[in-house]
Ligand binder design. Sequence first.
Ligand code: HDE
Length: 698
Amino acid sequence: MATSNGRASNDTTSRLGSGGELHQSSSAPETRITTNHGVPISDNQNSLKGGQRGPTLLEDFVLREKIQHFDHERIPERIVHARGSAAHGFFELTESLAEFSRAKILIEVGAKTEVFTRFSTVAGGAGSVDTPRDVRGFAVKFYTKEGNWDLVGNNIPVFFIQDAIKFPDLIHAVKMEADRGYPQAASAHDTFWDFVGLMPESTHMVMWAMSDRAIPRSLRMIEGFGVNTFRLLDDEGRPTFVKFHWRPKLGTQSTCWDEAVKIAGADPDYHRRDLYEAIDKGDFPEWEFGVQLLSQEEADALPFDILDATKLIPEELVPIRVIGRMVLNRNPDNFFAETEQVAFLPTNLPPGIDVSEDPLLQGRLFSYQDTQLSRLGTVNFHQLPINKAKGCPFQNLQRDGHMQTQVFKGRANYEPNSLSESGEEGGPREDPVGGFRTAAVPVEEHKVRLRAESFADHYSQARLFFRSQSEIEQAHIASALVFELSKVTLEHVRNRVLANLGNVDADLAKRVAEGLNVPPPKPSKAALTPQNMDLSPALRIVGKYPETLKGRAVGILVTDGADGATVDVVRKGVEAEGGTVKIVAPKIGGVTLKNGKILKADGQLAGTPSVIFDAVALVLSQEGCAHLLKEGAALAFAMDAFGHLKAVGFTGDAKPLLDKAGIVADAGVVDLALNTADFLAAARTRQWDRERSVRSLA
Ligand code: HDE
């Protein structure tokens, strides 16, 4: 019997009635598809028509509701930080700050607070790629007992601008150009460099943006910073300035620029997948949480203004005190409901944590609440599950608004009121002692539109950052500047940036000018003569964290006839250090090893390039290698791994492929038959000594 969807009616329970007629009873209510209003649907395959080939009928509310909901599923993406990836987890306080703050989350050692953390790029749209050269957002929502605390930071401790009023200009300049709609997710274009060249205050951040910090290997391997200066307040309201820091247990690691570009093509979701898969397999990323604390006197004694977001406080001047840890241990259940709808507000501050007069932060205090209204479409976005305060009750006398999900009882929607049964004052009231209080700091009395004189030094810390870098990292900064400025079509823009670089470091300006093959212009006029600050090695990446395979991935390329024992030794060594091994083969079905066993592949060669791994091993048979010599993807696999300074392990039969790929012997190219330990040691880091032999650096 033809049924509505052409399928045998085996999808409902059929039974014969007393008269022998066929009854089809419906499936259990909780398993039925319904309309959004609970009406069970009989057919989700066909719209209602006038006859099998007739017109669809307007009365088909099932079709109309479904299509109409679909038409309105997208909401405006974030105006910046549109592309993000997030996870749930917990924060645990390991050392009390009771001496400085009354915030329970900073006092109760051992207490665990639920968090939701969203990492993001800044410039690209929601559908752009994970590995552009860009800042990474590092936003943490702590669901504390005293209300949500949103620490909305970045993976770079300073920012491009000093005053919030310039933020729309900065973002307009860095995003795709207004007339042509490109480039997507890139700073290497005219408008960005025109803007930063005209804003010397951005120079320090430009150094960071051109450093390897902006091309992270993984979101699990980035540092985080609150950027702005905040205050802690103790019970008596005594303020202490504070800077917040996140330090990844896996260490900070970056890619090479060429690698980042290729990853963007091979796997636009590289960071999102890396975070999701690590958590999914129980490899939970963890960060230490640290603070830099200083009194007003200590702040006044510094040679820069801590209210200026283009300045950092070198750790060598004010050490970072580790007081807690964050572990991300659960993936979102639904990307849109959680990662897209989460709303971070720097104004979400529990009692005992307060803002400072940093003009950048001051502007942020307005912007986030405001932007959620257009993005989430209601003043009640705090009632969405992901935004709802969890660790505490929330009540007040605010009412109504779109999507009001709370059903308030009684008439008292104002305060004070005396409408409770007993006639006394009823409903929630302010708490002068336990409620949030602002630091009672003095403010000047004149209204002015002025930039503080103490903000005028735009080059000393840019110089500090550049000169504190290792030689390798300095070369990467210079090369990134050459790459980016080579994409600038306006000579006067390039020259202005070069002139500013002349105030950072004359040698840097010279190297970049040579890289562009243009004469280095005179340094631009600096408002204040740049000072040589004591270097801060803590600002480096290279050499700052232990070399490790933990959280890293090694790709083993195999062919038929490969030696299974070699694969096993490499796999065991990598996994023993907390790394992951993926088997890559010409076909996804895998290969037949020398011993006749089948080794399944995790990835097919053409779709699993070496750029997604931290190190590679080529375990090939002679015949298998002969085949791969004609396979471009295999050559690229080997060449890119070598070119990206990765360890390359190989079996003797793989030598022809290494030779054709131009791979020459060095400490990172290891014959696995001789010594797997050397391969594992090399795989824990990048072969920096190789770099100058594989690419010209500025
Ligand atoms: Fe943001 N920023 N920002 N920002 N920001 C936003 O709010 C803003 C700045 C940061 O994963 C927006 O919800 C102003 C610094 C992150 O959802 C918006 C200024 C830092 C995220 C906004 C800044 C940040 C945002 C857009 C200059 C590091 C993503 C979407 C004064 C401390 C949060 C949104 C998430 C998002 C305003 C500069 C971090 C437009 C006005 C500095 C991590 O409100």
